[in-house]
Unconditional design. Structure first.
Length: 389
């Protein structure tokens, strides 16, 4: 655990009382952390909340490097600005940007944001803040951020390698900025590899987490225990995934998501999809349908079919055509559309039925998707502090 005493430059008056949630932690945080894996939910232990729990803001990051995006940098920045605008209809957005890029980010994310989009000067390398940003954990009256020691997806020396030094430091800096206690995880990973129902169950892929490029020398059981301890998890449901075929080694947030405890949405590749991803879907479906969660419930699995890859040709092999990589803001599901009108409409209908009371907002994200990610990859929620007991 790391408690950073740095005084924030953006004071509580700018964000309201929720910007300083740590007063309730005091000297009790170490005991909360130590008991997180052992104590059932609801007893005061820190736990990773469901994404549908209320947020006080969403974090995003401004795409920084033409060396990563090449000629697509302008398009991906337009996509990021549009995603931020849509989310800002439901909750405030904070955008990280390199100091020399703050002005452009503010210009593109400027007027029209309902709750506001604030751009802050925290250096970054890329937009995937789900992976390099903090993963938040909460308890009654308390919130903390877990830093999962981002190492560029373990891709140094491979064809997927890209700069990540600034991204690796961003979680620590962001938590200091908002005076949130930092917990250093006992494992290396990314937020996109961690999917929880908020009720003690975590979904994860073996290919991403039990991998020598993140956690050398650690067995699956050791990785599982480290995740349970850091995130307040009672049970991990593992699915195989697929290593080495994308930069993330098959993150769970492109594959399966919790709608609610006991209910999972499963990405089903559309017509024309590569056979290797069809096999991943089939293995995942079998694993989920035979699993029980931390409370002993069988899972209800709702399939979310992807678009016809033949309808979206010309977008590259790395293009992520997963509707499952959506983001739930306060009262809204922010999801992609890919230009296959039939599949887009089906995805909208499934998400609307799965999230009653939520508004489903779809928007094109071809720039983001060309980099192998989606809306969920580009966002991270800062949960509201649950009421003190």
């Amino acid at each position: 655990m790391d408690i950073n005493p740095r005084t924030s430059r953006r004071r509580v008056l700018q964000f309201g009382a929720a910007a300083l949630p740590l007063a309730a932690l005091g000297a009790t945080l170490p005991s909360l952390v130590q008991t997180a894996s052992a104590a059932p939910n609801g007893t005061g232990a820190l736990r990773m909340p469901a994404e549908t729990d209320r947020h006080i803001r969403t974090y995003m990051a401004w795409p920084a490097l033409s060396s990563v995006w090449g000629g697509g940098l302008a398009a991906v920045r337009r996509d990021i600005a549009e995603v931020a605008h849509v989310i800002s209809r439901y909750e405030p957005v904070v955008m990280l940007a390199r100091p020399g890029q703050v002005a452009e980010a503010r210009y593109q994310c400027g007027p029209g944001a309902y709750y506001g989009i604030q751009v802050i000067d925290i250096p970054n390398d890329d937009l995937w803040i789900r992976d390099f940003g903090p993963t938040f954990v909460v308890a009654p009256g308390a919130v903390a951020g877990v830093d999962t020691d981002f190492n560029g997806w373990g891709k140094a020396g491979t064809k997927f390698a890209q700069p990540f030094a600034n991204d690796a430091a961003a979680a620590r800096t962001l938590l200091a900025e908002y005076e949130v206690n930092r917990i250093r995880a006992g494992f290396v990973g990314e937020g996109g590899s961690l999917e929880t129902d908020g009720d003690g169950t975590l979904l994860a892929t073996v290919s991403s987490m039990v991998n020598a490029n993140r956690n050398p020398g650690m067995s699956q059981a050791q990785v599982e225990q480290a995740m349970k301890t850091a995130l307040g998890i009672d049970k991990v449901i593992w699915v195989p995934g697929l290593a080495g075929e994308d930069i993330t080694d098959c993150h769970i947030d492109c594959l399966a998501r919790f709608v609610a405890p006991g209910h999972v949405i499963l990405d089903k590749p559309g017509p024309g999809a590569d056979k290797k991803w069809v096999a991943v879907y089939e293995e995942t479906a079998r694993a989920l349908r035979s699993a029980t969660d931390a409370r002993g419930r069988r899972l209800t699995v709702t399939e979310l079919p992807g678009p016809d890859r033949r309808e979206i040709r010309g977008r590259g092999e790395e293009f992520l055509s997963s509707y499952t990589n959506y983001y739930t803001a306060n009262g809204a599901v922010i999801a992609p559309q890919f230009g296959d009108s039939v599949a887009d409409d089906v995805a909208h209908a499934i998400l609307r039925a799965s999230y009653p009371g939520y508004r489903v907002e779809q928007l094109p994200i071809d720039g983001i998707a060309s980099g192998g990610g989606g809306i969920h990859c580009a966002t991270q929620s800062h949960p509201a502090v649950p009421p003190a007991l």
